[in-house]
Ligand binder design. Structure first.
Ligand code: OXD
Ligand code: MN
Length: 590
């Protein structure tokens, strides 16, 4: 399949290490993929769902101990500990290679090693990067085929001499005590062992497209970010693009596929999805920032996805999708999860595999689907996928939006004063824990740029990279912060969220185009009420005022928390962050 010596040499080394019974190159052909689906069904690795109702759809169940990303088992192995920084787990590369080589030794005996050449980004785009994943899991092959561009044309694009990210995955016996998700950014290498759960084994996603790519971006002058990309079309047919970063459980996929409120739809507004999770950003010749979505599919959380909450995502899952750890409706071999509708199937198979009466089971407070159960759906299934999705040059970004779940601190929306202030706004991102999780409610977890689990090097250097990029972007996007989760005194959400968030996006774009003024406050610019399109919303004037207000005491408390968080970076912390904290303090004390 290839004459690339680097690929062939590495493959020989990994074969010698893992000792598979045979090796199969994935060429991306439908015939080969179909044969693998059949094989996975025959061994029980996958279950074929109702092919009339869900054509091309399959079901997979992971081990009970293997249902989520494992941050405590995720390592960044740079030469020095300082290069990995205080947020990442670190081990010296030599020591980690020795440990891992022992685990991989003979790990594929009697099994097949699949060789998956894949491209993050459209094949041949100047943004794109190539990886090769070796895995002993058909589930991984089939998911990678949805989430990335896989096959022979990737090897052709790599050529005889091209560089690629080496990705090795062995399922082994999914022993959580010997599970490792390890990145060697200086060797372009990822090694994952003892897991078969998506985020740990689809190595193109978090491991490559964020952790390794963020390191590559720092070295090469571009950015890999945990951001959705959406296009907002106005009634004149112009489309402006926005990137947005949110910590998990803040509705990123929903925002990426937003359906505007009716009165805006009638005026001709529309949202186009370019990406729901990751953006790779480069400076274009015109001095603007351009973004591609390096992925080709959505690896979305199923529970909570419904016709009402995210019609477009649900539509995307209706064909050629792999469902993981949701519930099966045994009546007709379709799928179900909490929040899909109010009708749990009577003859259900819950995610661990037990046959239960779904109605009685959920009435007792049990969950049929695992809360982190997923769908892997091709992006092109999505009804609102952007016509620019495959554009190798990416889309020009007008605004970058940061957000989190803040009960009190952040107003509905505010705009940073300039790029450097925007970097500070991103770096001080945080989200509060909800009652849905065990433990105290309202505890602040700092999650700079929503990249806390995904920066492949020292986060202080990552902040510096943002400042450095600002100097290279002559025509930068404006930077904003949003908060859909402000609570009133009784603990109720003040803002309706979902499609109505479009109203805020419109204000953001109006600001980018200089169409509206704003009020300068201690923290940045907030909207004049009359510039928000609030037609048809049942919100009193007081509520709007409250939504846009700044609670100085809450901000002072947050600032103390920021200082504590940033202290761990010591002298490496860019001076701009300290200056921004000092300015904020001065503003709040005025
Ligand atoms: C994801 C995540 O799965 O951020 O996208 O955890
Ligand atoms: Mn994510």
């Amino acid at each position: 399949m290839t004459n690339n010596k680097k690929v062939l040499t590495w493959l020989e080394e990994m074969k010698a290490l893992c000792k598979p019974a045979n090796v199969v190159w994935i060429d991306g052909s439908e015939a080969q993929l179909e044969a693998l689906r059949e094989e996975a069904v025959s061994t029980g690795e996958m279950i074929k769902l109702n092919q009339e109702k869900l054509p091309g759809c399959y079901y997979h169940r992971t081990a009970e101990n293997d249902v989520a990303r494992v941050e405590d088992r995720t390592f960044i192995c740079t030469e020095t500990e300082e290069e990995a920084g205080p947020i990442n787990n670190w081990m010296a590369p030599e020591k980690m290679y020795a440990k891992l080589n022992a685990l991989y030794d003979g790990a594929m005996e009697g099994r097949t090693m699949y060789v998956i050449p894949y491209s993050m980004g459209p094949v041949g785009s100047p943004f794109s990067k190539i990886g090769v994943e070796l895995t002993d899991s058909i589930y991984v092959v089939l998911n990678m085929d949805i989430m990335t561009r896989v096959g022979k044309d990737v090897l052709d694009a790599l050529g005889e001499d091209g560089d690629f990210v080496k990705c090795l995955h062995a399922k082994k016996d999914v022993n959580p005590d010997e599970r490792y998700i390890v990145h060697f950014p200086q060797d372009n290498t990822i090694m994952s062992v003892n897991s078969a759960y998506g985020g740990n084994v689809l190595l193109g996603k978090k491991c490559f497209a964020l952790r390794i790519a963020s390191y590559q971006g720092m070295k090469e002058g571009w950015m890999a970010e945990h951001m959705l990309i959406l296009g907002l079309e106005n009634p004149q047919g112009e489309v402006k693009y926005i990137c947005a970063a949110f910590p998990s459980a803040c509705g990123k996929t929903n925002l990426a596929m937003l359906i505007p409120p009716k009165f805006l739809q009638e005026k001709g507004y529309k949202v186009w999805t370019v990406g729901d999770d990751i953006a790779w950003l480069r400076v274009g010749e015109d001095g603007r920032l351009y973004a591609i979505n390096p992925e080709a599919g959505f690896f979305g959380v199923a529970p909570g996805t419904s016709e009402k909450s995210n019609f477009n995502a649900l539509e995307a899952t209706k064909k050629n999708t792999i469902f993981t750890n949701v519930a099966i409706n045994e009546e007709d071999m379709t799928v179900w999860w909490e929040g899909l509708d109010k009708n749990p199937p009577t003859n259900a198979i819950e995610w661990k595999g037990a046959k239960v009466d779904g109605k009685a089971y959920t009435a007792d407070g049990n969950k049929l689907a695992h809360p982190n159960s997923r769908f892997t759906a091709p992006a092109k299934n999505c009804p609102c996928i952007s016509p620019e999705f495959e554009n190798p040059q990416g889309v020009p970004i007008s605004a970058i939006v940061f957000g989190g779940r803040r009960a009190k601190t952040a107003p509905l929306v505010y705009q940073a004063r300039d790029w450097d202030h925007g970097v500070f706004v991103g770096a001080t991102m945080a989200s509060e824990t909800t009652a849905a999780a065990a433990g105290a409610v309202g505890v602040v977890r700092r999650d700079p740029m929503a990249m806390r689990p995904f920066v492949g090097y020292n986060m202080a250097d990552y902040f510096q990279h943002w400042y450095d990029m600002g100097k290279k972007i002559s025509n930068p996007p404006q930077i904003f912060n949003v908060n859909w989760f402000r609570l009133d005194k009784d603990g109720n959400f003040m803002w309706p969220g979902f499609g109505d968030n479009m109203r805020v996006l419109n204000w953001i774009l109006d600001r980018c185009e200089g169409k509206v003024d704003a009020i300068e406050t201690e923290i940045g610019f907030v909207p004049n009420k009359e510039d928000l399109q609030l037609d048809g919303l049942d919100l009193s004037d007081e509520v709007i005022t409250e939504l846009l207000s700044i609670d100085k005491d809450a901000w002072k408390e947050d600032l103390a928390n920021q200082r504590e968080f940033f202290a761990q970076f010591g002298d490496k912390l860019p001076k701009e962050i300290v200056e921004s904290m000092d300015t904020l303090e001065k503003n709040l004390n005025k």
